[in-house]
Design a protein around this ligand. Structure first.
Ligand SMILES: *Cc1c(COP(=O)(O)O)cnc(C)c1O
Length: 446
């Protein structure tokens, strides 16, 4: 049996209809460097989606590799209750220099969904312990995505992931999210006054008293198709959360560490969340690690004599894993010393120009939207009516397969084609990706 046959014999791949693999076999990657993946036949792929949005500075970055290797011979893992280690401490010290004001305490877990679960439990228990026992529910935006464990699914609203599990989920309050491409108020991105915030106002008026926290993907609803909305929406959300004593949770798992052009999406707003979840880019996409970061105010509500029973009894075996911390610390050093964000922003402008030149007049590209290096093309049947392609046509999937043949890992979200490359990608690499994307798109749509 070859590797592909053995893979199909044993492995149930994530987020896949395994029957699709009959036709599109798993691609066995042998090694990777920078933005390129190489399979066992030495075929090369540009990883334009950062391997599920986590690879921040390219694959096999020498400095991150060295940091993990050095840590490996020192300490691979240790229980994190009562015990600690230098990489975790130094990491928190480094992060505290770059996170939004007011966030001071770091609770470690090992994946994004887990950090969201932690944030939900923390907000619930916070209110319980300060005497707000009526605050038991959560609010979220429609089309939101916060991971796939039960709590995280409950505050996500994408039918694709959550619908079948409805009977198992908590009953969260959903606020209709901004929809800037198909704005129901007939506004465009340049003249927006977030009229759609009326949905939030109504929800808070009705349910604010029973709500402990509101969770959002700030500025970018990633899984919904890289939907981008204005900072003003978050500023207003901050104010209304304060008015109703509702905690604001920022899920910066996809947006953190420079993806939106600033270190965190909340940095575009001038306000801070009460809790922030980070993962994905945190370790450069190397090690499974996440952190739920919060304020002294919340932390203090748990701080009491043991017998008061106020501790946060929440743990994960791999909390604070030293290898993950070593990788994350190396990422922080590189971001700072090499002015990665400044350079990425220059390439982001280049990418905007190039994509606009290439796809601006394309009959099926309804919108080219972008924030930081993240760029998305929304494919529509009709640019005037913005009519979508039927999901059964699987246009995105056809383009995905075509692009793979040509050496580009472009994994569309439905009919939305997007680039979310490592921040270190070069102009030449972007050009190569655009050329292949254009060919794949044209061949499928014509
Ligand atoms: C990826 C993602 C998650 C879930 O993280 P996992 O590590 O896959 O559990 C949660 N929220 C957002 C915004 C994400 O992009």
């Amino acid at each position: 049996m070859n590797l592909i046959e053995k893979d199909l014999k044993y492995i149930w791949h994530p987020c896949s209809q395994m029957k699709d693999y009959e036709e599109l076999k798993p691609i066995i990657i042998d090694h990777a460097k920078g933005v390129y993946l190489y399979d066992i036949n030495n075929k090369r792929y540009i990883d334009i989606v950062s391997s599920w949005w986590c690879n921040l500075l390219g694959h096999c970055h020498p400095q991150i590799n060295a940091a993990i290797k050095a840590q490996l011979d020192q300490l691979e893992h240790v229980i994190f209750a009562n015990f600690s280690h230098e990489p975790a401490i130094r990491l928190c010290e480094a992060l505290s220099q770059i996170i939004p004001n007011g966030l001071t305490k770091f609770n470690f877990s090992d994946n994004g969904s887990a950090s969201v679960e932690c944030a939900l439990k923390m907000s619930f228990q916070y209110h319980y312990q300060v005497g707000n026992t009526k605050k038991t529910r959560f609010m979220c935006l429609s089309e939101g995505y916060h991971g796939e464990t039960i709590g995280a699914l409950s505050v996500g609203t994408m039918d694709l992931y959550a619908k079948i599990y409805k009977p198992m989920l908590m009953d969260a309050i959903r606020i209709e999210a901004p929809d800037c491409y198909r704005c129901p108020y007939g506004k465009c991105r340049d003249n927006c006054d977030v009229a759609c915030f009326e949905h939030a106002e109504r929800a808070f008026a009705k349910y604010g008293a029973e709500t402990c926290a509101m969770i959002v993907e700030p500025l970018l609803q990633g899984s919904a198709g890289m939907r981008i909305y204005p900072p003003l929406y978050l500023t207003k959300l901050r104010a209304i959360c304060d008015a109703y004593d509702v905690l604001l949770i920022a899920d910066e798992i996809a947006t953190g560490f420079g993806r939106t052009g600033k270190m965190f999406a909340f940095d575009h707003t001038g306000v801070s969340p009460d809790i922030m979840c980070v993962s994905k880019g945190l370790t450069g996409g190397y090690m499974p690690m996440a952190i739920t970061i919060t304020t002294d105010k919340i932390y203090d509500a748990f701080y009491a004599d043991y017998n008061e029973g106020k501790a946060f009894m929440h743990s994960h075996t791999y909390s604070g894993n030293p290898l993950g911390c070593a990788a994350a610390l190396a990422v922080q050093t590189i971001l700072k010393e090499e002015q990665i964000l400044e350079k990425a922003n220059v390439r982001a402008a280049y990418l905007t120009t190039k994509l606009t030149e290439t796809f601006g007049n394309h009959p099926y590209v309804g919108e080219i939207r972008h924030i930081g290096l993240i760029h998305a093309l929304e494919l529509v049947q009709n640019k005037t009516t913005k009519e979508d392609f039927a999901s059964t046509e699987r246009i995105g999937y056809q383009i995905y397969k075509k692009a793979l043949k040509k050496g580009l890992l472009l994994r569309p979200l439905g009919n939305i084609i997007y680039f979310n490359p490592p921040l270190t990608i070069t102009e030449d690499e972007l050009d190569e990706a655009i050329t292949i994307a254009y060919e794949a798109l044209t061949e499928i749509l014509n």
